[in-house]
Design a protein around this ligand. Sequence first.
Ligand code: FES
Ligand SMILES: [Fe+2]
Length: 390
Amino acid sequence: MSDRRTPDGTNAYNGLKQAEPGLPATWYYDPDQHAREMKTLWRSNWLYVCRSDELNAALSYRTFEIGDQNIVIVRASDGSLNAFHNACRHRGSVLCIENSGQLKSKLLVCPYHQWSYAADNGDLVRTSSFTEPDGFSKADYPLFKVACAEWRGSIFIHLDPGAMFDEQDVFNRSAENFRNFPLETMVTGYTWKTRIACNWKTFWENFNECLHCPNVHPELVELVPLFTRRIINPKDVPDWQDHEGSTDPKFRGGMREGGETWSSDGSAQGHTISQLTPEDLERGHTYCSIWPNVFIGGYPDHVRIVRLHPVGPEETELTAEWLFLPETLGADDYDISNVVDFGKLVMEQDATACELNQKGLHAAPLEHGVLMPEEYVLKRFHTWVRDGVT
Ligand code: FES
Ligand SMILES: [Fe+2]
């Protein structure tokens, strides 16, 4: 492999220069390892849960499961968002039984013995006993808090109540590329849930490479010619400088000639997001992600947010939300199925690949896979996993 240098003396080639062992194969199905990851990686990172407009109404709430942890998020009457473990401090009952709903008052009331908590701060307001015994103070029994943040119209939680959401830190790749997408005002036009018979890490590994693209995604590689080369970035090949400055999308990236967005026919139907710059449009797709649970894809006429929820060691639920400008969603000449069908097609193709991968990982002699040069993001992911579970 060549080791060519850019004019500033750095080698900007992205690829791995030596074969790297993957994670132990058992980590993709062993229940103990899965439990370890849920207690570490999933409790020490910000997690996307839903769009802010799903909790617009005062006293509306939603519950979410993060492994065996059940979290309730409430919009208090002062507009603030508050997240708590959905568990009563008396003897532990779940507080909110439904996945979503509207509180009848400013109190979260336990359905078991009716202890009541303030929805805006989790303080225990009253018990149901005649008297309070010696050694008991309501102040000692507030709900367990969970950190909660709103970022550009989306809600995130962190199981460490002291965590602070810092945009510069939270995303794997900076969300700076999304600055021109009006995420705050975009609205959900379509939501799709699906379950994949694979470990959550299997999903991320597939997401972070394109070696599979030509054989798994024939429609996508036709739309994004760079992907026919099994790479996600022009600098993923050692001789990338030979094509530097090329306007051919096969080398430059972006859409095929005449392609505008990730849709079945490549058309944006005259509804590209007006705030996007020519560079944003030419790039064709913009991604950012937060491991372990979300990626956001930005396209010239829509945004897609995909959230992961591990149901078990070998089952992962995906929730995909397609966001549009309100005027696009309401336009008679815009059919969202053009982008929704295409997005689903690509995700279903990936799901099939992930399930095949997952099945094969059980081969008794397989200790681990091996990473090839183009899989440099997987190497970063594996390092993040290894560091995070210890
Ligand atoms: S468990 Fe909630 S009031 Fe008893
Ligand atoms: Fe894929």
